[in-house]
Design a protein around this ligand. Structure first.
Ligand code: MTE
Length: 322
C-alpha cells in the first residue's frame, strides 16, 4: 500500500506553488490599502508544565499564514541535514542513497501498545493536512513552508502513552551506507531530539511527509520528519526511525554537542541570545543567486505562535530553560 492510499489526502486541500502565488496576488489586489543569552540547563529537570487549555479555533489560527511561502526550489536546496554533509547545499547535491521504502518506526517506552510499525500503518486512516508554518533556524535564516502532514498527537495516541510518559524522544536513522556523512563525527550519531509530552501532543506539532503537496525529498527528511513551528529548526528532526515515551528529559544531539548553546526547549525567543550571536532578527530565504536573503525582520516570540503555545510555559523561566 502506498502512503497516499494509507492516508486520506483530499486533493482539493493541497495547494501547488503557482496557485499559491496567484492567490497571493489576488489577495494583494483586494487589499490595495496597506492592511496593514545565556543557555544551558542548570538543573536536570524543569518544573512540571501547567494545565493549559487551547480551543480548536485558537489552534487553527496557527495553521496558516498570509505570508508568501518560500519557493520550492529554495526549500529543497538550502538545507541542514548533517547526515548528508554540513554545507547548506550538501544535502540536495547528495546521491539519493536513503531508502525510504520500506520504512519502519519503532515506538516504545512508557506506552501500553509499543511496536515496530511500517510507515503506512503508522499513518493509516489519518487525514493529511497542509499547514503553512515558518521554520526559523538558530543561525538566523527562516522560511515559510507549506508542509503536508498529520498531527503528531493523533499518531502518538495510538500507542496509548501512560502517565509516566513525561517526554517524547525521537531518533533519526544513522546508517553510513545510506547517509554518507555519518562516517564523520560532526555530531554524536544518531541525531536525537525530544519534546515534553504536552509539546508533543500540541495541535501545532506536525509529523510531516511532504512539502507543497509532494512527498518529502531526501534533503528535507524523507519519509517523515517532525515540524515544531515555535522552536528553532534543529528541533524538527528528520528521517525518524524511533519514537520513545520517556520519564526523564532525554538527551538531544545538539545539547550534547554544545550544552551551553542549545537548551532542551529551544523555543524561538528574541530576548534570549545564542551565546555567540543575537536572536533578535532573521532573514527569509528569498531566491538563490545574488539575493539569497530578504531584508532583516524582527523575530517574534515563539516564532509568532505565542497565542497558541505561550500557555505551556507559564511560570517557566525562559532564560534558564532556553
Ligand atoms: N535532522 C537531522 N536528522 N539531522 C540534521 O542535521 N538539522 C536540523 C533539522 N533536523 C537536522 C535535522 C536543522 S539545524 C534545521 S534548521 C532543520 O532540520 C532544517 O530543515 P530543512 O533542511 O528542511 O529546512
Amino acid at each position: 500500500m502506498s502512503l497516499r492510499d494509507a492516508l486520506k489526502i483530499p486533493a482539493s486541500q493541497i495547494t501547488d506553488e503557482s496557485v499559491y502565488m496567484d492567490r497571493r496576488r489576488l489577495m494583494a489586489a483586494f487589499a490595495a490599502a496597506p492592511a496593514l543569552g545565556l543557555s544551558g540547563c542548570v538543573e536536570a529537570e524543569p518544573p512540571a508544565p501547567p494545565k493549559t487549555t487551547l480551543t480548536a479555533a485558537q489552534a487553527k489560527s496557527g495553521y496558516r499564514t498570509d505570508e508568501t511561502p518560500t519557493r520550492y526550489e529554495d526549500i529543497t536546496t538550502y538545507n541542514n541535514f548533517y547526515e548528508f554533509g554540513t554545507g547548506k547545499a550538501d544535502p540536495s547535491r547528495a546521491k539519493r542513497t536513503l531508502r525510504t521504502s520500506p520504512w519502519t518506526v519503532a515506538v516504545g517506552g512508557h506506552c501500553a501498545k509499543p511496536g515496530k510499525v511500517a510507515l503506512e500503518d503508522l499513518l493509516k486512516g489519518l487525514t493529511a493536512e497542509e499547514r503553512v508554518y515558518r521554520l526559523r533556524c538558530v543561525e538566523g535564516w527562516s522560511m515559510v513552508i507549506p508542509w503536508l502532514g498529520v498531527p503528531l498527537a493523533s499518531v502518538l495516541k495510538r500507542f496509548e502513552p501512560t502517565s509516566q510518559a513525561k517526554f517524547v524522544a525521537f531518533t533519526t536513522l544513522a546508517d553510513p551506507r545510506q547517509m554518507p556523512a555519518v562516517a564523520w563525527p560532526a555530531l554524536d550519531w544518531p541525531y536525537r531530539e525530544g519534546l515534553r509530552i504536552d509539546e508533543a501532543m500540541h495541535p501545532l506539532t506536525l509529523l510531516a511527509i511532504g512539502i507543497y503537496g509532494k512527498p518529502l525529498l531526501q534533503q528535507n527528511g524523507a519519509p517523515l520528519r517532525l515540524v515544531v513551528p515555535w522552536k528553532y529548526g534543529f528541533k524538527s528532526i528528520k528521517s525518524i526511525v524511533a519514537i520513545d515515551f520517556v520519564e526523564k528529559m532525554p538527551e538531544t544531539a545538539w545539547h550534547q554537542a554544545q550544552p551551553s548553546e542549545y537548551g532542551f526547549f529551544s523555543n524561538v525567543n528574541p530576548d534570549v541570545d545564542h551565546p555567540r550571536w543575537s536572536q533578535k532578527s532573521e532573514r527569509r530565504i528569498a531566491g538563490t543567486g545574488s539575493k539569497l536573503f530578504a531584508d532583516r525582520i524582527p523575530t517574534r516570540m515563539f516564532n509568532g505562535y505565542a497565542e497558541q503555545v505561550a500557555g505551556m510555559y507559564r511560570g517557566l523561566d525562559l532564560r534558564k530553560w532556553s
